[in-house]
Write a protein that binds this ligand. Structure first.
Ligand SMILES: [Zn+2]
Length: 358
């Protein structure tokens, strides 16, 4: 009896270590089994009108000596432009109110994501672009980015996550309230929750809590898949009702890029969930640009000026930006009235630019 117990223990350990070793991670965002939107009765949801324009500030790191800059400003802005074309479908848009290069070997290299909380920029969603991100010990494929949680006001990503991998879009999905499509169902120890059935009957209470994202077992059924095709041929992969899974392998919140899939899709309900998260989470609502704004009667000579409005922004009268100030003013319409003065020195810069959010 004792020998049999030891035998089973050894088998279990081998199985456990094999499963852990084969787990192909993609991002490091922690999950919880709690659906924060369920804390609010749906008839009490805030529903803010119009396009949701989120102010975004980009911090690009390089080492202390200026080497190993994670990405260029142009590369990051191009990825945000692509993201806007995706999020605009759901009436959500990101408008850049500042870009800053920071020298820090510490933050440019793997460091636990929560450490960036002391580096965030006020009054905007902060995107930290780093040379290399903190990785999980059991990750084979590498972690490309992090949101510190599901709903967050900052994220961290690296160059390898840009382009076709679309890590930036994925992490923004987490920040705006989306979980992985395989949450609960995938049986990853870092993704708590409960199994979503393939027929979708428990789609709002299990899995990712999103009804129209199909149940996604990810690697639960094995790792023999290749070439972005499903189902697995072996072993058989069925839910509790003995039904086969049919996951959406192109979903932005999946891990299927690890199996050659391109992520291209948010579902209608995922867009709705992000809109609800923005309208009902105070820390996200606070990042929204107002519809109109006037800035006047101030002289600002240093630091960052981050001004954005959805429809129209008026600068002046008596609005002076000078010396080393780094200012960005962005909206669909920008009105400069007499008394607006832009006079930066060589260390300053003033950018007045139309918003990509139309
Ligand atoms: Zn993720």
């Amino acid at each position: 009896m004792k020998k049999r117990s030891i035998f089973f223990l050894i088998c279990s350990l081998l199985l456990f270590s094999k499963t852990r070793a084969q787990y192909l991670r993609e991002c490091g965002t922690p999950s919880s089994s709690h659906d924060f939107l369920k804390d609010i009765p749906s008839h009490e949801y805030n529903r803010l009108p119009g396009q949701k324009v989120i102010k975004m500030f980009v911090v690009i790191y390089r080492d202390n000596n200026g080497a190993n800059q994670a990405m260029t400003e142009a590369e990051v802005l191009e990825e945000i432009r692509v993201a806007d074309s995706v999020y605009n479908i759901g009436n959500i848009c990101f408008t850049v109110v500042g870009v800053e290069l920071r020298n820090s070997t510490t933050y440019n290299n793997p460091i636990f994501p929560q450490n960036y909380s002391s580096e965030i920029v006020s009054d905007a969603f902060t995107v930290f672009v780093v040379n290399n991100v903190y990785d999980e010990p059991d990750s084979l494929s590498g972690v490309f980015g992090w949101s510190p949680g599901v709903v967050a006001t900052y994220m961290i990503t690296k160059k390898a996550g840009f382009g076709t991998r679309r890590t930036f879009i994925h992490e923004m999905g987490h920040a705006l309230g989306l979980d992985h499509t395989f949450k609960g169902t995938g049986h990853d120890a870092n993704n708590l929750g409960c199994d979503e059935l393939a027929d979708g009957s428990n789609g709002t209470t299990c899995g990712d809590f999103v009804q129209d994202t199909p149940a996604d077992p990810y690697q639960r059924c094995g790792t023999t898949i290749s070439g972005c095709s499903f189902p697995y041929t072996a072993p058989a992969c069925k839910d509790a009702n003995n039904q086969s899974y049919n996951p959406q392998m192109t979903n932005y919140m999946s891990y299927w890029p690890n199996y050659d899939c391109n992520r291209t899709t948010f579902t209608t309900n995922q867009y709705t969930r992000m809109q609800d998260a923005i309208d009902n989470n105070a820390s996200l609502t606070a990042l929204l640009a107002p519809n109109t704004k006037t800035v006047s009667n101030a002289t600002i000579s240093s630091g960052f000026v981050k001004e954005a409005a959805v429809s129209s922004i008026t600068a002046g009268p008596n609005y002076i930006l000078n010396s080393s100030v780094k200012a960005r003013i962005t909206s669909s319409q920008i009105i400069l009235v007499p008394g607006f003065l832009a006079q930066p020195n060589n260390a300053g810069i003033i950018i007045i630019t139309p918003s990509l959010c139309q």
